[in-house]
Design a protein around this ligand. Structure first.
Ligand SMILES: NC(=O)c1ccc[n+]([C@@H]2O[C@H](COP(=O)([O-])OP(=O)(O)OC[C@H]3O[C@@H](n4cnc5c(N)ncnc54)[C@H](OP(=O)(O)O)[C@@H]3O)[C@@H](O)[C@H]2O)c1
Length: 288
């Protein structure tokens, strides 16, 4: 079998065009332009590829996307004061805190200070709780991108055995919830699964395989089940090249569908963040 490539770039372009039309319509109806603020601590935002790709996506869609650059040695209290200031600014509709944050800064506590209606990353504890209950439209961007590509395969997830490798708060766990919400039967693997020598067996059973571990080429092609759908969230730099967590060529010979790296989940993530931001903008129009 030679897998069909799930093209994240093409899907991102299609979604971007739809969002651009939606923002133009919202602007005509309300006279307002969505404005998002990326809080970065002690970094040059222009140097970060994620910040750059977000700004590019925002500008294409017609969103006012800005960086709030704070000093490297800012205290937790000063950071939270800045979050509260942006919460109260009626001209700012979306707030995110850029990761990584310096040592001594509690990322989750700071994100929890963002008012849920401006939390465009969906990482505030209230929005994560709503994600668990299935009552939110703000889905963390990377898991949302992974799911969009999975759904683009057209494969019905109900009753399928889905294996997620990785259990981080921002990727693995939300993907687990999204797969459950689609009625997949979900197994979540992590480093202890590997240490116990059980990862390959779990992967061999996966009809749907989503990998977010940050370990280049760790998932061997011959572990992949014939006909599986493989979503590789991993982004790793090896000898100046970006590669995923899955051995692409060998996996593509067995899978029915597979995402490339680069060109899979990555390009879609920034657009999913903008989609969330437009959602928060609309929430604020209804509940100023
Ligand atoms: N496409 C995008 O836009 C996007 C966005 C975010 C992240 N990413 C990429 O996705 C990958 C994961 O990101 P993350 O933030 O979730 O990373 P993370 O917080 O470091 O989490 C990695 C997860 O993988 C598990 N893991 C690590 N080594 C393992 C092994 N040998 N066997 C089994 N499980 C193992 C860890 O298990 P434990 O919990 O047991 O430690 C952990 O749950 C990275 O490559 C990152 O660059 C991509």
């Amino acid at each position: 079998m030679s897998a069909i490539i799930l093209d994240g770039k093409a899907l991102a372009q299609k979604l971007q065009a739809e969002l651009k039309a939606e923002v133009a319509d919202l602007r005509t109806r309300t006279g307002k332009t969505p404005c998002f603020m990326n809080i970065t601590i002690g970094q040059d935002p222009a140097a970060g590829s994620y910040g750059k790709s977000q700004k590019r996506a925002a500008e294409f869609i017609g969103i006012d996307y800005r960086f709030s650059v704070l000093p490297q040695h800012i205290s937790q209290k000063e950071l939270i004061d800045q979050v509260h200031f942006l919460n109260d600014d009626v001209n700012v509709h979306g707030i995110m805190l850029h990761k990584p944050v310096p040592e001594g800064i509690d990322f989750q506590q700071a994100v929890n200070a963002i008012t849920p209606k401006k939390d465009i990353e969906g990482l505030n504890i209230a929005n994560l709780g709503r994600l668990m209950l299935g009552t939110t439209s703000i889905i963390p961007a990377t898991p949302a991108a992974a799911m969009a590509l999975l759904l683009a395969s057209g494969v019905d997830l109900a009753g399928k055995h889905a294996v997620v490798v990785g259990r981080s708060e921002i990727v693995g766990k939300p993907i687990m919830l999204l797969l459950l919400a689609r009625n997949a039967t979900v197994t979540v693997c992590h480093s202890a699964t590997s240490k116990a020598g059980r990862l390959a067996d779990q992967v061999r059973n996966a009809e749907i395989l989503v990998v977010a571990m940050g370990q280049p080429g760790f998932i061997k092609g011959d572990w992949v089940r014939e006909g599986a759908v493989v979503i590789d969230v991993g982004i790793n730099s090896v000898d100046g090249k970006i590669v995923g967590d899955v051995e692409f060529d060998a996996a593509a010979r067995r899978a029915a569908f597979i995402t490339p790296v680069p060109g899979g989940v990555g390009p879609l993530t920034a657009v999913m963040l903008m989609k969330n931001g437009i959602e928060t903008f609309k929430i604020q129009l209804q509940h100023p």
